[in-house]
Design a protein around this ligand. Structure first.
Ligand SMILES: [Mg+2]
Length: 227
């Protein structure tokens, strides 16, 4: 395995989740819905479809958006049509930006700290987000999209966390995972003896709706300036 490219040997590795940790996921969703809206306008002549999608999302809808907005326009949401829209959504080039505190944090990293990213989600989409946020040029040494090993290895699976440990070759106590979702984010790093921090960004998409599986971090912050 290649050694990490960092300024000097790191003593600690700060590993971040991506969505709603380094940037607001709602910005990605709106960017994707805009791309699907443009596609529907050009390919299907559905001028209002993009606005329907955006309004439904803003009103709180989180699933079946494509289907429901097609039905609103009296169009049958066939699996093939919805599948094409999902592909446009996941393969669009996202217009997203780091949260200001995240951008500021990454420009002021101490030399003995290395930065990693572990993110869930469809491989294509997550890779495009990492590219859009220019994370490798902003000091991230290793970004792991868990989907590279398939859905079974999305969080809370440990594989990405073990891979991160092996890559940097440091003891488990030298790692901290910063993420937003207590349903799945902290189970593996806590079991492996990492430090854990939950970030609660205003404007995040709320996932805390499965209290039975809730596993919280050791510390809670509202922005990365608090680190
Ligand atoms: Mg997240």
């Amino acid at each position: 395995m290649a050694r990490p490219r960092v300024k000097c040997a790191p003593e600690h590795v700060l590993v971040f989740d991506l969505d709603d940790t380094l940037y607001l996921e709602r910005d990605y969703v709106l960017s994707g819905l805009g791309a699907v809206g443009a596609w529907a306008r050009e390919r299907l002549g559905l001028v209002e479809y993009g606005n329907f999608l955006r309004r439904k999302f803003e009103a709180g809808a989180r699933t079946q958006l494509f289907d429901d907005c097609l039905r609103d326009l009296d169009i049958d949401p066939t699996p093939s049509l919805v599948g094409r829209m999902l592909a446009v959504y996941r393969q669009h080039r996202p217009i997203i930006e780091l949260a200001p505190d995240a951008a500021n944090f990454l420009t002021n990293i101490a030399p003995h700290i290395a930065i990693g990213v572990i993110t869930d989600g469809y491989l294509d989409a997550q890779r495009r987000k990492i590219r859009a946020l220019d994370l490798y040029r902003r000091g991230v040494s290793l970004g792991i999209c868990t989907d590279r090993w398939g859905r079974a290895h999305w969080k809370p699976d440990r594989r990405a966390f073990l891979h991160m440990q092996e890559y940097f070759g440091l003891a488990n106590r030298c790692f901290t995972y910063v993420a937003d979702n207590p349903v799945k984010d902290f189970i593996a790093p806590k079991a492996l003896g990492w430090h854990t921090i939950r970030i609660v960004r205003p404007g995040r998409i709320d996932h805390a709706d499965h209290p039975a599986r809730h596993c919280d971090a050791q510390r809670v912050i509202e922005n990365l300036g608090e680190l």
